[in-house]
Structure formats: C-alpha cells, structure tokens
Write a protein that binds this ligand. Structure first.
Ligand code: ADP
Ligand code: F6P
Length: 318
C-alpha cells in the first residue's frame, strides 16, 4: 500500500478535524502519500482529491466542523454510485481509505471495501449512537455545548420562575440529553429509550414549585418529539410558565473539547495503523478507555445499550 486517502461524511462533528490531522500526519510518518477527499462520498465519485502534507493540517485540531467538508450523497447509496467511487479510487491509485462519520458512512465504507478499496471507519457523530464504541468523536463537545446553554437558560429561568424545556439533538438516541442532563443537574430528562408520562413531568414541576424552587430545566431529546408541543401540553395542565429552546446546530459547532481532540487523535492514528497492517473493513473505537477495532459489518449490527444506570442516577439526584 502506497497511497491512502481520508474523507468526512454525514453530519459534521467537532473533532473531525483532529481526526483528519491524525490520519494525515500518521500516514506521512508511515511513509504513505496521503490524499484528502472533499465532500465525502460525493467527492470520491467526482475524484475531488488533493495531496496533503503536514502543513495542510496545521491549526485545525481545535476547530469544529470539517475542513474537508461533508455531504450526504444519494448517488453513493446506489450500486452504480459505489462502483463509480471504487473506480475513481483505482484511477488515482488510492489503496486505502479512512472514512470518518456515523453509521450511514460506515455502511458506505463497508460497501466500498467489498469493491476492493480497503476502508477503515472512524466513528464521528454527536449522536453517540454507534453501539460498538463507548464514545464517538463529537459527542463530548456537543454535551459541553448543551451545558453552556443550560447555564445561560437557568439564569433567565430563575429570574422569571419559569420551567424551561431544552430540546437537544441526537436523532433517535437520547445520549446527548442524558449526559447533558446529568452533568447540568436538570430536573427532567426525556429520551426516546424510556417511556415518559406527562403526569410525572407535571407532578415534578408542581412539587418543585411547592418547595420554593425558582426554576426547572427539562432536557428533551429530539427523537421524542417537539419542544413547542410539550411546552403547550404542560401549560394546559399546570399553572406554571414554560418556555422552550431548541438548541439545534449550536450543539455541533465551536471549540472541540480536550476529550474529543484526544479521542480523534487516537482513533485517526489507529485507522492508519490498520491500513498499514493491510487490514480492511474494520471500525475503530474505544471501550473502557482501550482502543479496539472490529469488523465494520459487526459494528453496524450491534444495538446500542442505553446507560440506564446514569438515567436512574440523574433521577435520584434531581
Ligand atoms: P452518518 O454517517 O452521520 O450516519 P448519513 O446517514 O447521512 O450520515 O450517511 C452519510 C452518507 O453515507 C450518505 O449520504 C451516503 O452517501 C452514505 N450512505 C448512507 N447509507 C448508505 C447505504 N445504505 N449504502 C451506501 N452508502 C450509504
Ligand atoms: O447525526 C447528527 C445530527 O446532528 C442529528 O443529531 C440531527 O438529527 C441531524 O444530524 C441533523 O441533520 P442535518 O445536518 O442534515 O440537518
């Protein structure tokens, strides 16, 4: 193997840049020529390659987003698109590819591996919904971004004696809501993995008001439903003012935390080591603070366990 390439795909996640940096620098140190692919699998189909050197990845370790940009490519989901992409990799003599992204990107990487392009998947998604790894790149930063918002919203919420619903991202996963809720001392955490009762939320808010508490923060995962609707329903049931905030894309940007920078550096470097060892169709990850790699199809077939222990702890500490 002589030439390797790196791309980012799917939703951007803070730490993708740190992972790109690690792939490029580790790749060069192993004697590879390293190429970047712009705009994910779409760029691969279009042959959007650029040779990288150490300086190409200077001053990016701290930055959110992805310098390579990302894309959601419908064409690549087709067999024809995948063949075009594999063919383009062959034309440019790309022997190995590091795919940084979430489960959709991993599915793409698996298909490309089956077409003879050695691929390694690096997990990067704020949703933290890949089961085989304890954490994916970007999740920790997103949680910290939510914490910033909780602090700010708490100030105004207390001043008006209001309850605040904060809707967070995560697609079908409640991980961001759970971790931010526990770390931010939220009064309620509503996630898709656990059935919630409207009556319980109303009771909680009234009990807190009766204790003289000035505010309540409820973290709602987007996978459960709409914050505005919940706000309306609560106010129909209890005489407490409720305001909701949808954090949206603020969660995905900004300065990358030390945790994500280190995770991304370790996983990016590990992906290159696997390519150097002639491996393909593997996903790298972290379990119990140890780096692991498993077959990418197996990684995709696993079901994420919800950390019930943390959810119950948060409920006890409310
Ligand atoms: P993520 O990687 O964050 O889960 P997406 O689900 O949008 O994000 O997937 C990113 C890209 O991966 C898609 O735009 C598509 O090009 C590719 N992809 C997703 N699902 C498949 C699939 N079933 N087969 C081939 N490629 C796929
Ligand atoms: O997968 C990451 C994520 O930010 C989800 O939490 C969210 O539901 C989705 O992407 C938003 O997707 P888009 O960037 O296409 O609006």
């Amino acid at each position: 193997m002589r030439n390797i390439a790196v791309l980012t795909s799917g939703g951007d996640a803070p730490g993708m840049n740190a992972a790109i940096r690690a792939v490029v620098r580790m790749g060069i140190s192993k004697g590879f020529d390293v190429f970047s692919v712009r705009k994910g699998f779409r760029g691969l189909i279009n042959g959007d390659f650029e040779k990288m050197d150490e300086a190409s990845v200077s001053d990016i370790i701290q930055r959110g987003g992805t310098i390579l940009q990302t894309a959601r490519s419908e064409e690549f989901k087709t067999e024809e698109g995948q063949s075009k992409a594999a063919n383009m990799a062959k034309i440019f003599d790309i022997d190995g590819l590091v795919v940084i992204g979430g489960d959709g990107s991993f599915t793409g990487a698996k298909k490309l591996s089956e077409k003879g392009v050695a691929c390694i998947g690096v997990p990067a998604t704020i949703d933290n919904d890949l089961a085989y790894t304890d954490y994916s790149i970007g999740f920790g930063t997103a949680v910290n971004n939510v914490l910033d918002a909780i602090n700010k919203i708490r100030d105004t919420s207390s001043s008006h004696e209001r309850a605040s619903i904060i809707e967070v991202m995560g697609r079908n996963s409640g991980n961001i809501a759970l971790y931010a809720g526990l770390a931010g001392g939220a009064e309620g955490i509503i996630v898709p993995e656990i059935k919630f009762e409207m009556d319980d939320i109303c009771k909680l808010l009234i009990e807190r008001r009766n204790k003289g508490k000035l505010h309540s923060i409820i973290i709602l995962a987007e996978g459960v439903g709409d914050a505005k609707e919940l706000e309306k329903k609560i106010m129909e049931n209890v005489d407490i003012e409720v305001r909701s905030t949808i954090l949206g894309y603020t969660q995905r940007g900004g300065n990358t935390t030390a945790f994500d920078r280190i995770l991304a550096s370790r996983l990016g470097a590990k992906a290159v080591e696997l390519l150097a060892d002639g491996k393909s169709a593997r996903a790298v990850g972290i379990r119990d603070n140890k780096l692991i790699d498993i077959e990418i199809g197996e990684a995709l077939s696993m079901k994420k366990e919800f950390p019930l222990e943390l959810y119950e702890l948060a409920a006890k500490l409310q």
